[in-house]
Design a protein around this ligand. Structure first.
Ligand SMILES: Cc1ncc(COP(=O)(O)O)c(C=O)c1O
Length: 427
């Protein structure tokens, strides 16, 4: 007898996993941070209640605590398809991890390679940390977004070919976002990595705005460093940094002198990581199994899991399918209006994520977003810490753009509600 193919859950079943979605607010601000499914919340609280001890002891609770932390690193590696090529460091935020990495590079200068190319269209987390190295004599080159006239509406884009002239044999690193948290378009990270590698440089890719929507494959992308925030991927307030073994080998982590240099990730995790966050990261596995249609998998302890990358790919495939429907609903409506302008690609499809920004010329983004907030629509305005990008568009940075950010658990009904509200507000 053939086993039936796993069936992805319905949107209704998915939304029922998220206690926060019981509220009447339409959460359309998910690029700021996503909600947590019940199994992630339960994994975290169960850990705190039952297992809140230090690592490294030989009694059962401590063995379980050690396993919990190791399991979270393992989970992130699987999510990034990193097992064969590198390690993962956990910390409190992407901003902290970028600063950690930059300070490690500052301690490991190479006079023959002292240039860094920084994509200024990204979030400041992966810019400011690198720009600071100029104070230590590094040369920082700016890779800017371009206004691309080829599209039906001129659009700000991060174009890999515009990087070429900034690269040389002196380039040590290229830092860039996989997706800008304003523009929403997916940057061809594999192309950027190949270009950087052709001159012997490495790349630091900020995946924060990408991972809530797709499971990156660091091996296929060929990136040296990849960083993202777990609190935007249905998990805890924490972040993860992947590096290839070769990339880690060039650097020495800041943890205590008696911890060997090659003890990665611990050498890079100052004093250890947040254990309850690790429990939540482990809990995400159950949610991804559910999304992949494997709802009947029993809950097991982290290290005894035979976690399978195929389940992760199926789960994120299900997310993408749900997102594409809502993305095109909103973009089609925005494109139908002559009185507003999308900041980013004005078309839907798999080349972008549903983080959608727009402005209404002559109207304040702030005024629109705050009015929507009062009416139960959680959208946002501003520069979203991609201030250099907003500066280059000529928009007033504090007012910035209106940003609507959807994820797979958002609903077409919420998008319809937003559109109806905007129609009234702009009438
Ligand atoms: C694209 C992008 N990169 C980096 C960050 C910074 O992440 P964290 O808050 O973990 O420092 C954010 C936060 O919004 C972001 O959207």
């Amino acid at each position: 007898m053939n086993t039936p193919a796993p069936r992805a859950p319905s949107l209704e079943q998915i939304r029922a996993q998220f206690p926060a979605l019981l509220r009447s607010t339409a959460f359309l601000d998910n690029a700021g941070g996503s909600h947590l499914p019940r199994c992630v919340i339960d994994a975290m609280t169960r850990y705190i209640a039952e297992n809140y001890v230090q690592l490294g002891g030989d009694y059962p609770e401590s063995l379980a605590a050690t396993e919990n932390v190791a399991g979270a690193h393992d989970m992130v590696k699987l999510l990034l398809n990193a097992h064969a090529v590198g390690e993962v460091v956990l910390a409190q935020s992407t901003t902290a991890l970028c600063h950690l990495l930059a300070s490690c590079y500052a301690q490991a200068p190479r006079p023959d390679r002292n240039e860094i190319v920084v994509c200024t269209a990204g979030h400041e987390a992966n810019i400011g940390a690198w720009v600071k190295l100029a104070e230590r004599g590094w040369v920082v080159r700016e890779w800017r977004a371009e206004l691309d006239p080829d599209q039906n509406q001129a659009t700000w884009r991060i174009l890999p070919h515009t990087l070429r002239d900034l690269l040389s044999e002196r380039t040590r690193l290229v830092t860039f976002p996989h997706v800008s948290n304003i523009l929403g378009e997916i940057v061809d990270a594999a192309e950027v990595a190949a270009m950087a590698h052709s001159v012997g440089a490495k790349v630091v890719c900020d995946g924060v705005a990408y991972v809530p929507h797709r499971a990156p494959d660091v091996q296929r992308l060929g990136v040296d460093w990849y960083v993202y925030s777990t609190y935007k991927v249905y998990g805890p307030h924490a972040a993860a940094l992947f590096g290839t073994r070769e990339a880690f080998a060039e650097l020495e982590g800041p943890n205590h002198y008696f911890i060997p240099r090659d003890r990665v990730p611990y050498k890079f995790e100052l004093g250890g990581v947040n254990h309850e966050s690790c429990a939540a990261i482990n809990g995400l596995w159950d949610y991804l199994c559910f999304l992949a249609g494997e709802a009947s998998l029993p809950a097991r302890s982290p290290s005894t899991l035979t976690r399978d990358r195929a389940i992760i790919e199926r789960a994120f495939g299900a997310m993408e399918k749900l997102e594409l429907v809502m993305q095109s609903m909103l973009i089609d409506w925005l494109c139908s209006r002559r009185d507003l302008k999308i900041i980013g690609p004005a078309h839907s499809g798999p080349s972008r994520v549903p983080t959608i920004s727009f402005v209404v010329p002559g109207r304040s983004s702030r005024e629109l977003a705050t009015r929507a907030n009062r009416d139960g629509l959680a959208i946002r305005y501003g520069h979203f810490y991609s201030k250099r990008l907003i500066d280059s568009t000529g928009l007033e940075p504090d007012d910035g753009v209106v940003r609507v950010s959807l994820v797979h658990y958002s609903s077409p009904a919420e998008v319809t509600r937003l559109i109806a509200w905007l129609e009234r507000a702009l009438a």
